[in-house]
Design a protein around this ligand. Sequence first.
Ligand SMILES: O=C[C@H](O)[C@H](O)[C@H](O)COP(=O)(O)O
Length: 280
Amino acid sequence: MASPVSQIRPVVLSRIGQPTKLVSPIKPDVVLTVIEKSKQLAAWTAVDHHVKPEHRVIGIGSGSTVPYVVERIVQLGAEANQLRVFIPTGFQSKELIVSSGLNLGDVDQFPTIDVTLDGADEVDHELNCIKGGGACHLREKVLAEAANTFILVADYRKNVKYLGTNFTPGVPIEVVPFAYAKVLQNLHHILGSPKASLRMAVHKAGPVVSDNGNFIIDAPFDLEKMKTPYTIMTQIKMLTGVVEVGVFCNMAQAAYFGNEDGSVTIRWNDGRVEQVAAAQ
Ligand SMILES: O=C[C@H](O)[C@H](O)[C@H](O)COP(=O)(O)O
């Protein structure tokens, strides 16, 4: 299948007296700042390491880092991708897959995925992570579980010792709408998150509604509690009305972090940490 972005070339914006700026072809309105460049480095390197020629079913996550995953996959060429099917984690990644000319599938057709690549809001040294800053964590967790290999991609700000260090809105929790007030009450008074709140939409009156028609609660916990993410995750998940919790434990094989200096840090689930030069 021909891809509209199969001939990706970096776009160089240059005006007299101004520094040259790289612009991503897949995000043409985004000048590659250090942070954007870091996301791209992580994504490209992860694709180079984990998307193998024999892979046929590939999970595509959500967020602002994942477009660079798709950018690199498209660079593999139409021939490499023609027998592949790409599974989205929500509306955004579905649009990304379709607009990139890649074949779209769904996890109910392909419950086993070769590799899923996804972003994260924060990742600790044991590869536990917070996800759901974009309200996509339910589908993301399903695709992470369905994958033989689950890989995280992020910029250097997400590489932390303990969850909740830089990402402060709290743990994203998807809840069925009619139960939100009760779940909030339980978070405030039983689980120790007095500032837990319903996520409100920005350009719409009322709450954020997920791709699954549910509400999202953000529940910040103190750092001591976040040092045991599995416990927090299971306690929240036990609350009636909770559909999924944006804490992922023991799921990722590796996390790729693009750094400010152009290198990439790779954390593996066996504790190894590697520093590699960026993908070209
Ligand atoms: O719901 C959104 C997802 O979990 C994203 O993968 C996460 O928020 C990270 O997004 P970004 O790459 O934009 O930081």
